[in-house]
Design a protein around this ligand. Structure first.
Ligand code: TXA
Ligand code: MG
Length: 325
């Protein structure tokens, strides 16, 4: 049985109200949503993803006025960043309010909150009225989804309905900042860069401490295709592709500056040399390269510059998922 894809907000709300799962588009990636106050519904998310139960979920809200329903202490820093970047691709980590379930926070005393800007997500959140708990709509550790079709492929009928909002604009997950103190702490890099966070916060961005709340997207091996993935400089990539092709192996490549060589069994995908455009198609490209049934995916290392921080973070974690055959 395949899942229904559609644009019916009232239908999606009815499913959420009765404890079902709705995949929703956001400007970053698609989310797998459930009523954040309903323990059984949220448990279904973990089952559908195959995600360990102690990993916290982001609660999505229609606007910042709902912050106090979910956080016991909305710090001045939280207010500043919310005002500057919401609605948008920013998740704030705050102390949870009483009544915010362990089933959402993974048993921690913090909660992740985000107000997405995607118009369909906004429509859904407004019509639903409450918080929607939603991790990225992919199986645990795998490549996130950026279209309704990719969600349907990835999760099948483990989800009750997929709300279609077209391809996600940004293409990689939100920036996550712990805002419990006076200084912002970076938990996950994203589209909103370090400089912009610091400018809005009026304070330098800190690295997480060893006792920081857990972020599953920060596991070394994450965002990984099933095919082993190697991150390489262009010269080395071309050399390795040639060697493997001569051995009769099929090789998938995600290139940026490298030009396509004439080789047998080569599945070549060119990507933009601009970070935003590269991020927009990253997960769709990885999905297509994974589906090409090659022995390995070779990804050309993007520049190690701040604009590429979020892309490089996801690629390094995808490469860490690579296992020798
Ligand atoms: O762009 C996004 O953030 C997407 C869209 C759907 O909003 N969501 C997303 O969710 O990427 P997920 O679950 O794949 O990643 C969210 C990250 C996880 O690594 C989780 O551990 C972390 O946020 N997180 C959530 N609540 C947290 C908390 N209370 N403390 C620390 N980390 C938290
Ligand atoms: Mg995820």
């Amino acid at each position: 049985m395949t899942v229904t894809i559609g644009r019916d907000i009232a239908h999606a709300v009815a499913i959420l109200r009765r404890g079902g799962l709705v995949a929703l588009p956001t400007e970053t990636v698609y989310g797998l949503g459930a009523d954040a106050r309903n323990a059984d519904a949220v448990r279904r998310i973990y089952a559908a993803k195959g995600r360990p139960a102690d990993h916290p979920l982001i609660v999505h809200l229609a606007d910042a006025t709902q912050l106090a329903d979910w956080s016991a202490e909305v710090t001045p820093l939280a207010k500043k960043l919310a005002e500057k970047f919401w609605p948008g691709p920013l998740t704030l980590i705050l102390r949870r309010a009483a009544g915010v379930g362990d089933f959402v926070t993974g048993g921690q005393d913090t909660v992740g909150l985000r107000v997405p800007s995607h118009p369909v997500a906004q429509d859904l959140l407004r019509a639903f009225g409450g918080g929607i708990a939603a991790p990225s709509a992919n199986r645990f550790g795998r490549v996130s989804t950026t279209t309704a079709e990719h969600v349907a492929e990835e999760l099948g009928d483990a989800v009750d309905y997929v709300l279609d909002g077209g391809a996600s604009d940004i293409g990689i997950e939100s920036t996550i900042i712990d805002v419990r103190g006076d200084e912002p702490v970076l938990m996950r890099p994203g589209h909103i860069g370090v400089r912009d966070i610091e400018a809005a916060a009026g304070a330098a961005l800190q690295a997480p401490r060893v006792d920081a709340p857990r972020v599953s997207g920060a596991l070394a091996a994450h965002y990984a295709p099933a095919t082993p993935l190697l991150l390489l400089e262009a010269d080395l990539l071309l050399e390795l592709a040639a060697t493997l092709s001569q051995q009769g192996q099929r090789v998938a490549v995600l290139a940026m500056s490298a030009r396509q060589p004439l080789l047998d069994g080569l599945h070549w995908q060119a990507a933009s040399d601009e970070a935003g455009a590269y991020a927009h198609t990253l997960y769709a490209n990885l999905r297509a390269l994974d589906a090409a049934a090659c022995a390995v995916i070779l990804v050309e290392q993007p520049p190690l510059r701040p604009a590429w921080a979020a892309v490089n973070d996801r690629l390094m974690r995808a490469a860490a998922g690579a296992r020798p055959a």
